[in-house]
Design a protein around this ligand. Structure first.
Ligand code: NDP
Length: 433
C-alpha cells in the first residue's frame, strides 16, 4: 500500500486475488518466495504515461492524461481495452490491467494483460473533437503497441467510432495495416460478434452456472445496470433465452419497465442518437425513470451489474437477497465491492465474478486477432459458437479449481486460481524476467 499510494481500486483487486489464492500460495510458498513470484505478479511490467494535447471546436488547446499499463506478457502479447472517462487514473488502470491478466488466462487463448486510456470525456464532444483527441493519443501510443506486442481494444467510452479514429492514425504513423486494435469495423478487419461478445458471453456463462445448479433463465426477471455495450447485448441474449429484462440504467438514474424492456428502442437511443436512458421513459408509457442509484432495490431473480467498478455495495447485496434475487453475474469489471462479494458468497447466491463472466469480449478480440493474422473473416455462427464454447470452458475451469481446493461453488476463488495457475507456470518457465 505504501508503494502505491492512493491506488484504492488496485489494492482492492490485488487483495481479493491474493486472499482467494491463500491455499495455492501456502502449498507452493517456498518456491514462490525464491522466485519472487508474488512480488513480480503484482507489479506491471511497464506503465507508459503521456500528455495528450488536442484542439477543441473553439480553437482552445485541451490537455489530457494518457496511459498504457502493460501488466503481464507471460502468456502472450498485452491485450486489454482503452477507457475514456473523466474518472480514469493510473490506479484504476492498474486494477484493470491486473484483473485482465487473469481474465485473459482464463479464456485459454494466448494473450497477456494490459489496459489503458485517458481522463478525456467523450460525452458532449463533437465527432471532430473526438477524432482530434484520438489522433493525438495514438500519435504517442503507436510507439509502444503492435500486432505481436500490445493490442488495445474498446472499454467505457471507446466504441466503433473511437477505434476507427485510433486505427486510422496508427496506420498513418506506422504504415502498417495490421491487427493492432480489436473492435474494428467489419470492412477493415473487425470480427462479427465482437460488438455482442461481452454481453452474450456473460449470459452464456450465467446460463451454464444456472444449469449446473438446477435453474434456468426462462421467465426470470433480470435487472441490468448500465446501458452501454455490455448491458445492451447482455439484455439481448437474456431475452433470447426467455428472461424478462425489467431495468437498465446510466450514471443519471434507471428505468423500470415491468412489461420488459424494448431493446430496439434502447439501441436507437444509445447507439444511434447517443442519448440518455431517461429518453426511453419519455416514449414508453409502461416505463418509469428514477434519478439516482437505486437500481438494486428493484425486486428481481437475477442481477447483472454492467456499468462500472464498485457500483454495488453490501447494502445493495442485502436488498437484492431480501427481494429474492438468487444469482448475480458481473458484466462490468469489479462492480461489486468486497463487502458485497463476500455477502453473496456467504448467503447462497450464485455469483460469477467479472474476471470469468465478462471474458467473452476479450476472447472474441483474440478471435479477431486470429482472423487478422490469417487474413480471413469467419461467419457470425462460427464466432458465436467459439464464444459459447469458451464461456462454457471458463465455467468448467472455475468450477474445477474451486472443487480441487475444497471450496466448491465459490467461483471467485475458482476463477482466480485457474487464471493464476497458467500465468504462474509460464512465468516460472521463463525465469526471472
Ligand atoms: P460503455 O461506455 O458502452 O457503457 C458504460 C455504461 O455504464 C453506461 O451506461 C454508463 O453510463 C455507465 N457508467 C459508466 N461509468 C459510470 C459511473 N461512474 N457511474 C454510473 N454509471 C456509469 O461501456 P461498456 O459497456 O463497454 O463497459 C461497461 C463495463 O464492462 C466496464 O466495467 C468495462 O470495463 C466492462 N467490460 C467491457 C467490455 C467490452 O467488451 N466493452 C469487456 C469486459 C468488461 P453514462 O453514459 O451515464 O456514463
Amino acid at each position: 500500500v505504501n508503494q502505491n499510494p492512493g491506488e484504492v481500486e488496485f489494492h482492492q483487486a490485488v487483495k481479493e486475488v491474493l486472499d482467494s489464492l491463500k491455499l495455492v500460495i501456502s502449498a507452493n510458498e517456498e518456491n514462490y518466495r525464491k522466485m519472487g513470484l508474488l512480488e513480480r505478479i503484482v507489479e506491471p511490467e511497464r506503465i507508459i504515461s503521456f500528455r495528450v494535447p488536442w484542439v477543441d471546436d473553439n480553437g482552445n488547446v485541451q490537455v489530457n492524461k494518457g496511459f498504457r499499463v502493460q501488466f503481464n506478457s507471460a502468456i502472450g502479447p498485452y491485450k486489454g481495452g482503452l477507457r475514456l472517462h473523466p474518472s480514469v487514473n493510473q490506479g484504476i488502470l492498474k486494477f484493470l490491467g491486473f484483473e485482465q491478466t487473469f481474465k485473459n488466462s482464463l479464456t485459454g487463448l494466448p494473450i497477456g494483460g494490459g489496459k489503458g486510456g485517458s481522463n478525456f470525456d467523450p460525452k458532449g464532444k463533437s465527432d471532430r473533437e473526438v477524432m482530434a483527441f484520438c489522433q493525438s493519443f495514438m500519435t504517442e501510443l503507436s510507439k509502444y503497441i503492435g500486432a505481436d506486442q500490445d493490442v488495445p481494444a474498446g472499454d467505457i467510452g471507446v466504441g466503433a467510432r473511437e477505434i476507427g479514429f485510433l486505427y486510422g492514425q496508427y496506420k498513418r504513423m506506422t504504415g502498417l495495416y495490421e491487427g493492432v486494435l480489436t473492435g474494428k469495423g467489419l470492412n477493415y478487419g473487425g470480427s462479427l460478434v465482437r460488438t455482442q461478445a461481452t454481453g452474450y458471453g456473460l449470459v452464456y456463462i450465467l446460463d451454464e452456472m444456472l444449469k449446473h445448479n438446477g435453474k434456468d433463465l426462462n421467465g426470470k426477471k433480470v435487472v441490468i445496470s448500465g446501458s452501454g455495450n455490455v448491458a445492451i447485448y447482455a439484455a439481448e441474449k437474456a431475452q433470447q433465452l426467455g428472461a424478462i429484462v425489467i431495468s437498465l440504467s446510466d450514471s443519471a438514474g434507471y428505468i423500470y419497465d415491468e412489461s420488459g424492456i424494448q431493446l430496439d428502442l434502447v439501441k436507437e437511443i444509445k447507439e444511434v442518437r447517443r442519448g440518455r436512458i431517461k429518453e426511453y421513459a419519455d416514449v414508453v408509457k409502461t416505463a418509469v425513470f428514477t434519478e439516482g442509484k437505486g437500481i438494486w432495490s428493484i425486486p428481481c431473480d437475477i442481477a447483472l451489474p454492467c456499468a462500472t467498478q464498485n457500483e454495488l455495495d453490501i447494502d445493495d447485496a442485502k436488498e437484492l437477497k431480501k427481494n429474492g434475487c438468487f444469482a448475480v453475474a458481473e458484466g462490468a469489471n469489479m462492480p461489486s465491492t468486497r463487502g458485497a462479494t463476500d455477502y453473496f458468497l456467504e448467503n447462497g447466491i450464485y455469483f460469477m465474478p467479472g474476471k470469468a463472466a465478462n471474458a467473452g469480449g476479450v476472447a472474441t478480440s483474440a478471435l479477431e486477432m486470429s482472423q487478422n493474422s490469417q487474413r480471413l473473416s469467419w461467419t457470425f455462427e462460427e464466432v458465436d459458437e467459439k464464444l459459447h464454447d469458451i464461456m462454457v470452458n471458463i465455467y468448467a475451469k472455475a468450477a474445477d479449481a474451486a472443487d480441487r481446493y475444497g471450496v466448491s461453488g465459490n467461483y471467485v476463488a475458482g476463477a482466480n486460481i485457474a487464471g493464476f495457475e497458467k500465468v504462474v507456470d509460464a512465468m516460472m518457465a521463463q525465469g526471472i524476467v
